[in-house]
Design a protein around this ligand. Structure first.
Ligand SMILES: N[C@@H](CCC(=O)N[C@@H](CS)C(=O)NCC(=O)O)C(=O)O
Length: 230
């Protein structure tokens, strides 16, 4: 059977979450389980998520999107859990244990429904130019989003236990992006410790490099970056 195709864009945080998983599981190299996962770049800024061809794959016109031999799946968190269940069932990144899965899903839902939209709304406009400053309201929103997130780390070093799971992979790209854009994460002690612990992930350095490039880009348009959050 042909290998599945992952549609992605290197700068996109949700697409980077899936790339972290691909690297963590070695999905591109382990030929006994899944031969090379094909990666296809789709540039949202060039309108490539709105073509007729791409809309057949993901009518929501977003990357990441997966085509697993005609099984089309959008939404990064759904892709993360599907890839583990389908190709590394029972892996500790998303174990087949209902209570452990539930704790991971809890974080994924919080990320999709609360953290990501609130946090990104507080600075995302800087990328497009729609936002020209960080207001007190933006600062308060970002602080609340980060504080709420940090509460998940009260008992554990990772978001759903003592080991990395897909919940950590989902959160890392957005946090890394903010750090490289100037956010001082040391103000959030547990989050900062978690961020350091993420160094153990196989895709960590590649993801840092992308976050660094985004940091350079934002400072070219907005020299203070996210220092206004600090
Ligand atoms: N909740 C979605 C968000 C995906 C998303 O918004 N992707 C952006 C890039 S970061 C995109 O493809 N935008 C293009 C468009 O909306 O046409 C996920 O986690 O997959």
């Amino acid at each position: 059977m042909p290998a599945p195709t992952l549609y992605y864009f290197p700068m996109s945080p949700p697409a980077r979450a899936v790339l972290l998983l691909v690297k963590e599981l070695g999905l591109t190299v382990n030929k006994t389980v899944l031969s090379t996962l094909q990666l296809k770049q789709v540039d949202p800024m060039a309108g490539e998520t709105r073509t007729e061809e791409f809309l057949r794959i993901n009518p929501e016109h977003t990357i990441p999107a997966l085509d697993d031999n005609g099984f089309y799946l959008g939404e990064s968190r759904a892709i993360l859990t599907y890839l583990v269940d389908a190709y590394r069932p029972g892996h500790s990144l998303y174990p087949n244990i209902p209570k452990e899965k539930a704790m991971i899903n809890r974080v994924l839902h919080h990320d999709l429904g609360a953290f990501y939209p609130k946090f990104f709304a507080s600075f995302g406009g800087l990328f497009s130019g729609a936002q020209t400053e960080i207001t007190d309201e933006n600062r308060a929103t970002a602080h609340k989003a980060l504080s709420d997130l940090e509460n998940y780390l009260v008992r554990n070093d990772f978001f759903a236990g003592e080991n990395p799971t897909v919940a950590d992979l989902s959160l890392l790209p957005m946090i890394a992006t903010a750090v490289h854009c100037g956010l001082d994460l040391t103000k959030y002690k547990r989050l900062n410790e978690w961020y350091e612990n993420c160094r153990q992930l196989k895709g960590y350095e590649d993801d840092q490099e992308v976050a660094r490039q985004i940091g350079v880009f934002i400072r070219s348009k907005f020299p203070a970056g996210l220092e206004g959050f600090n």
